[in-house]
Design a protein around this ligand. Sequence first.
Ligand code: PMP
Length: 308
Amino acid sequence: FADRDGVIWFDGELVPWRDARVHVLTHTLHYGMGVFEGVRAYETADGGTSIFRLQEHTRRLFRSAKIMNMPMPYDAEQLNEAQRLVVRENGLKEAYLRPMAFYGSEGMGLRADKLQTHVIIAAWEWPSYMTPEARELGIKVNTSSYTRHHVNIAMCKAKANGNYINSMLALQEAIRNGCEEALLLDPEGYVAEGSGENFFLVSDGVIYTPELTSCLDGITRKSVIQLAEECGYKVVEKRITRDEVYIADEAFFTGTAAEVLPIRMLDGRTIGAGRRGPITKRLQQMYFDAVQGKSQAHMGWLSDCYED
Ligand code: PMP
């Protein structure tokens, strides 16, 4: 991934992709304390390219940094502009963006006190996290044998680098089991989220999603809740058990990468009709309309990258 053309924003400068390097003693590489975002820019109906909910993502990045007590050397406005710039400078029509704040190689050890926060923003084309078939037919999921973070072990509101060890263990296990994604339970055994997605189910026309206790405050989650409520669905945030998922009419994941992704099977049990359900389909369509600038009511969610 390092050997390609393009530029990466690195501490305020646009650096050629291949030269955007750090030292092997980079602190975050050793201990995992860093924060990041996953953001997407979509081609819009008018031919432009817009970042979806840019301000929300940047706000979460700053909140993650605050939780981790990482000083941020830039303000939100600078990082918003830098994200638009990176899409533009790489000439991208659609993009996945990866802003990350990390500690450098100014010191080693857990006690290091001279650490400086560095910030990078990379952007590349990453059109679909899942195949078009998966978007329509849904994916197979297994309940993970790995428990999601306890609120007092990892900070669940922070999108922190180290938190993703748990996600990777769960995802690797799911793939080994012939599934496409994992469903992680919280330390009390209730449904938390996917390895990189929030979770929803539909039962008797009502949409349910876990409370934000131990899952990430997903921006797609928030958007989908708003879209669902705007068209009259009742959305309930509550504790969900895995057997409630088995007997749900529909289930789906939401996330910047996964978008709105139907779940057709959990632990070998077919969910509903075993394919994308009607409410999932409707929400998925509304979500795509919003990100692609086809929904007048949600144009405020978009930040154009090429306009002045
Ligand atoms: N949960 C986890 C653990 C994630 O990594 C992500 C992806 N950022 C999400 C949920 C979904 O969040 P968002 O909709 O903001 O991408």
